[in-house]
Design a protein around this ligand. Structure first.
Ligand code: SF4
Length: 451
């Protein structure tokens, strides 16, 4: 697989977008491992041949075909897709046909660089002789990650609901891992247990997802939560609780963040990371918020046609948000019957925090809205330390850091910024250790709210 030197810009709009996935192999990048696998299983249940790509093995390729100015997740995912195509072409030889695949790379509607990843990757793929025929399937925050057009219309709503549930369950399983691993009786048993649990839930989503038999899926989750107690040593006392916020890819991709949660655990932490569904709910919340604003502006100008359009959007995004939050709440309530995993933040509550404290505004957008408010929420909930995990030079996370640092004096909770790129900072572990010493002091003085 060799790159042509002349780059062809022709397909930026043609070959990036929402494509029908029947008879295609749908390639999903691995961000958080469990979430990616449950999503792929859900798609498979609905008849789409979905696969999670191996990740981080193509980092050298990612580096070769980026300039170093791109965000780190762009570098990693560029490497992932190039590596996947390379291994597929070696495996299949003459039978390799890039048109058989659709590579999944969602996007955001600004204001940072996430909206540009798939455009940039299009340019890179087009520079290879055959890969200009590989389509990039993109869902966008612009319409709240609508799935219209990718499968038969009558199945779109069911797929959306099941895909959302798969991400709620993945969040809960991630939280279960962070809840049990610091207290495991035998080193490695929590990871082993969760790997088997992930496969069990993949099978459940593939079998029951398309029939919308959510109870059957959740019975599997109940078993996993209850069974996890056997992994823990009840004699190990509770540890300082650390909350993570930051950029979604970096904070959930264990290779990209150099397994920061495990390093924190090594120095005595129990960790809760911000969830993936928080971001999904935020995109629906933000679209609803924009539709409401549009409605009021058009009402003031008596633009009835525009008012009707915004009203329709309010009903659609409001319905999505209501359903998501309802499903998420019910699933967490059920999970709490089996294990005391951490609950999730509601986006409306996070916006209230920002407004009351006059810290930032949802009008600006980005994950800074969630991270800044998330830090305040964690501090109020009695966490003993707060960590912001993000790619080096990430715009929203740099804003978060700038706003949060002066706040920390008032919140009186230890705080650490951990920017990552593909290099290893020799002082990183020492700074985490120092941070954990401070968190331990906080824990000794204030305890933790949940005892
Ligand atoms: S959130 Fe940060 S890392 Fe992600 S695209 Fe925006 S600037 Fe880049």
């Amino acid at each position: 697989m060799e790159s042509e030197k002349v780059i062809n810009f022709r397909s930026l709009s043609e070959n990036v977008g929402r494509f029908n996935l029947s008879n295609k192999i749908f390639l999903i990048p691995e961000m958080n491992r469990i979430g990616g696998h449950l999503l792929a299983a859900t798609f498979r249940g609905f008849g789409i041949n979905a696969r999670v790509m191996e990740t981080y093995k193509g980092l050298e390729l990612g580096r070769e075909y980026t300039s170093g100015k791109e965000c780190y997740p762009c570098q990693i995912t560029t490497g992932d897709i190039l590596y996947c195509m390379k291994t597929e072409s070696e495996r299949l030889g003459d039978r390799f046909n890039p048109e058989d695949y659709v590579y999944f790379m969602p996007e955001a509607d600004g204001p940072c660089r996430f909206g540009m990843y798939n455009k940039y990757q299009r340019i890179v793929l087009d520079s290879f002789p055959q890969l200009d025929r590989l389509k990039i399937g993109s869902l966008t925050t612009k319409d709240g990650y609508s799935l219209n057009g990718i499968i038969a219309e009558e199945r779109v709503r069911d797929l959306r609901k099941t895909a959302y549930l798969s991400q709620v369950v993945a969040d809960i399983l991630d939280r279960l891992l962070w809840r049990i691993r610091p207290y495991e009786a035998e080193t490695g048993s929590a990871d082993q247990y969760m790997e088997a649990a992930m496969h069990q839930m993949e099978a459940a989503f593939e079998t029951y997802g398309p029939k919308m038999e959510f109870d059957a899926i959740l019975e599997g989750m109940d078993e996993i939560l209850t069974g996890a107690k056997a992994v823990m040593d009840p004699e190990i006392p509770r540890k300082p609780l650390i909350g993570i916020v930051g950029e979604i890819y970096l904070r959930t991709h264990v290779h990209a963040n150099q397994d920061v949660i495990r390093v924190l655990e090594k120095y005595g932490a129990e960790v809760v990371n911000a969830s993936v569904c928080e971001w999904m709910n935020y995109t629906s919340y933000d679209r609803l918020r924009e539709a409401k604003q549009g409605f009021w502006y058009s009402l003031r100008q008596f633009r009835t046609g525009a008012m009707r359009g915004f009203l329709k959007e309010m009903i659609s995004y409001g319905g999505d948000l209501y359903y998501q939050q309802f499903r998420q709440k019910k699933t967490y309530q059920r999970a709490h019957g089996g294990m005391d995993v951490a609950g999730d933040h509601q986006v409306g509550h996070l916006e209230d925090i920002l407004q009351k404290e006059d810290l930032f505004c949802f009008d600006v957008g980005t994950e800074a809205c969630l991270s800044i408010a998330g830090i305040v929420a964690y501090a109020r909930e009695g966490y003993n330390g707060l960590v912001n995990v993000y790619p080096f030079t990430c715009m929203p996370s740099t804003i978060t850091s700038a706003i949060v640092k002066p706040l920390i004096n008032q919140l009186k909770v230890p705080y650490l910024d951990t920017p990552y790129d593909s290099s290893f900072q020799p002082g990183r572990e020492a700074s985490i250790r120092t941070f954990m010493y401070q968190a331990e002091q906080h824990f000794k003085r204030h305890g933790r709210k949940d005892g």
